[in-house]
Design a protein around this ligand. Sequence first.
Ligand code: KG4
Ligand code: ZN
Length: 341
Amino acid sequence: MRILGIESSCDETAAAVVEDGTKVLSSVIASQVDEHKLYGGVVPEIASRRHCENICWVVSQAMEEAGTTLDALDAIAVTYAPGLIGALLVGVNFAKGLSLASGKTLVPVHHIKGHIAANHIAHPTLQPPYICLVASGGHSHIVRVRSHTSFEVLGRTTDDAAGEAFDKVARVIGFPYPGGVQIDKAAQNGNPDAYRLPKPHAAGPYDFSFSGLKTAVINLVHHAQQKGETIHPDDVAASFQKTVCEILVDKLMRAAQDYGLDVVAVAGGVSANSGLRALLEKEASRRGMQLYMPPLPLCGDNAAMIASQGYYELLDGRWAGADLNAAASMDLERDNESYRK
Ligand code: KG4
Ligand code: ZN
């Protein structure tokens, strides 16, 4: 089955053609990061406008690189939630137009489920059930993946997402947007034990709270500046990264143990972090668990993961009509139930 995926939930306009959920025939990504960098973060209105300008050529290029025609497609999968509403609407409306014109089935895909599906592209042998840590710019979840289309959120962040904390801390240290990757680089030259940072308590056993940790780093930097002391950005980055990674991995492993599962995975932009990947490998092997991680090009936003998840959703009888709307927020559980015919 050949599916065209379309993704426009944040600052990447992406399209891809994927066969049977795992074989990527093409994957095109137009990133707007250089423009948003000027403002220190994503400007929603600029993102929507760039999606408008880019979506036609991105989809055409994905179709061309895959050597496919609209006729040869089985369905069009599109991210409809969650994300920036104006950005999502561009992809959703484009996919609706294409579906109406071609008569191809329209499949709505939840962005976070797409991130998780990146693991199925890279590791076709990975089968649910397993526990997945999702850490992106907007979300931090511990998810029980019951099947390819049924997901239970066991824990979530009660304030900032992990990626958001990376980006905010990066800004205070003086690194450009997007900060996560800058912290990752700087941390490689820093001492992770240079600063003792707090691990804030969160409500549930698998919940996260990162705002206290972020504030601790901000205070550390400001106090040092006030006293005229020198702060070592590499050491701050390494100490912060170590603390975040320990929190994320601890909750993931705890959930897997409590639910009697020895298969774990990670997904989302932060899963590209080298410190997180190293700690996951160490802890999974210490516990004799099987660990799955997406390769770096599939960690961030892309449309191959949307086409892949679209395949599993379509097999499960999910599709939408011309009334499909975008949604800025959408629980994974609510998404499990919607648009299933
Ligand atoms: O999944 P994603 O591409 O977009 C969302 O769905 O939000 O995640 C973007 C987030 C940003 O906060 C970015 O700083 C973070 O992922 N990120 C990283 C790394 N690469 C991207 N964080 C830490 N280390 C990295 N290497
Ligand atoms: Zn994402």
